[in-house]
Design a protein around this ligand. Structure first.
Ligand SMILES: Nc1ncnc2c1ncn2[C@@H]1O[C@H](COP(=O)(O)OP(=O)(O)OP(=O)(O)O)[C@@H](O)[C@H]1O
Ligand SMILES: [Mg+2]
Length: 365
């Protein structure tokens, strides 16, 4: 699938923007703070209804304006589609094919995206919450049912924790908790089951990809470090109730999961060098592209925000090899990076102070 047109009104530093993409490699270049990432953010919003860099809708509305609007046209394998997002100060509404949607599940799956930005380097080195977020975003876009169960789990967990905290101040009947616990375990077990399957499948692709990227030098493995197995979840949760009441929080459950990146049997989270973590994050994203492709029979769109310059020549080449058959939106400050790599751009855009100038099509950098 690929994007054909993006329209923005009062989004970030764009007042009115109409952009027509090429199905191949689209490069957006320009100096700092001109609006390159804003374009990728708008596309990301349309796919997920969330920004990759803020939780506050009002930040995305152009200063002085009241609403922002994103409209994105997509060409799928069989049908065309259009997604519209209206953003108000504190809420947003979403339209798919011009019809309003009631649940976010109806948006997911209309556009498969893989985004790679400098923050993604944190997936390997950062805290476990970042790795859980990675799994959750990827699994949700591939399977809205997962998103549904995850939401349900978090809602139940929040209620349970509120009750546990309340017990610190006043008496809470344990049987009141056990009513929630069955539901919590049911959704939590689905989350664990999906994550295990996802990491196994992704891990197999990942192992091959990384072997390739590192020039056959490194063996990497992904291991799902789940906090609890489904079959003992309920028993352990209920057996720990007194302790949970004391602590005012829930000890067992997928909200404590992690993924281990094991490189030649070394834990990258702890011992990885910067370069190793960067390569590991890159191969992870490339594996994701492959996995979506295999599972959904359509190529996802790749967004690359300012990452080429962070990679060495051979890794850039590996990445570019992967880009040949899919649509990519790339941002960078200069086009020199591409010159070095003999990269063929299909469309080149110069971004300057909230305006985008198309400088050529079938441009040979
Ligand atoms: N709500 C808003 N209203 C108006 N302008 C905004 C708003 N939010 C951000 N901007 C402006 O958008 C610009 C930043 O855009 P963006 O992050 O896309 O830059 P960039 O081209 O990716 O830069 P860099 O190369 O540094 O990453 C800044 O000039 C900022 O002031
Ligand atoms: Mg940027």
């Amino acid at each position: 699938m690929y994007l054909t047109e993006l329209k923005l009104n009062d989004f970030r530093n764009y007042e009115n923007l109409v952009l027509n993409f090429s199905p191949g490699i689209n490069i957006f270049y320009g100096e700092n703070a001109q609006g390159k990432t804003n374009i990728l953010e708008a596309v990301y919003m349309a796919a997920t209804s969330k920004s990759h860099r803020t939780n506050f809708y009002r930040e995305m509305i152009k200063k002085g304006a009241e609403f922002a609007h994103i409209s994105l046209k997509i060409k799928g394998e069989y049908t065309d589609n259009r997604i519209d997002i209206h953003i108000g100060q504190n809420k947003r509404s979403i339209f798919v094919g011009q019809a309003p949607i009631r649940k976010l599940e109806e948006l997911l799956g209309n556009l498969y995206l893989v985004m790679f930005s400098p923050e993604d380097l944190e997936i390997v080195k950062g805290g476990p919450a970042i790795r859980r977020r990675f799994i959750d975003i990827e699994l949700s876009q591939m399977d809205p049912y997962y998103y549904h169960q995850l939401r349900r789990y978090h809602r139940l967990l929040k209620q349970r924790n509120a009750l546990l905290k309340q017990s610190v101040k006043s008496y809470v009947d344990e049987s009141e908790l056990s009513v929630w616990d069955e539901e919590l375990v049911r959704s939590g077990s689905e989350v664990i089951r999906y994550r295990r399957k996802f990491i196994k499948e992704l891990g197999e692709i990942y192992q091959q990809k990384h072997y390739q990227i590192s020039g056959g030098k490194e063996e990497i493995r992904l291991v799902y470090e789940n906090n609890i197995d489904e079959d003992v979840f309920y028993d352990k949760l209920t057996a720990r109730i007194k302790k949970d009441l004391q602590m005012g929080s829930t000890y067992y459950g997928p909200h404590k999961d992690d993924i281990l990146f094991s490189l030649d049997d070394m834990d990258l989270r702890i011992y990885g060098s910067q370069g190793q973590c960067r390569t590991a994050a890159l191969s992870l994203k490339l594996s994701e592209i492959e996995m979506i492709w295999q599972n959904k029979n359509t190529a996802p769109v790749l967004l690359l925000d300012d990452v080429l310059s962070e990679l060495d020549d051979s890794r850039q080449r590996q990445l570019i090899e992967t880009l040949k058959e899919i649509q990519v939106l790339i941002t960078c400050t200069g086009v020199e990076d591409f010159l070095r790599q003999n990269l063929q751009a299909d469309a080149l855009f110069r971004v300057e102070n909230g305006q985008v100038f198309k400088e050529g099509e079938k441009f040979n950098a």
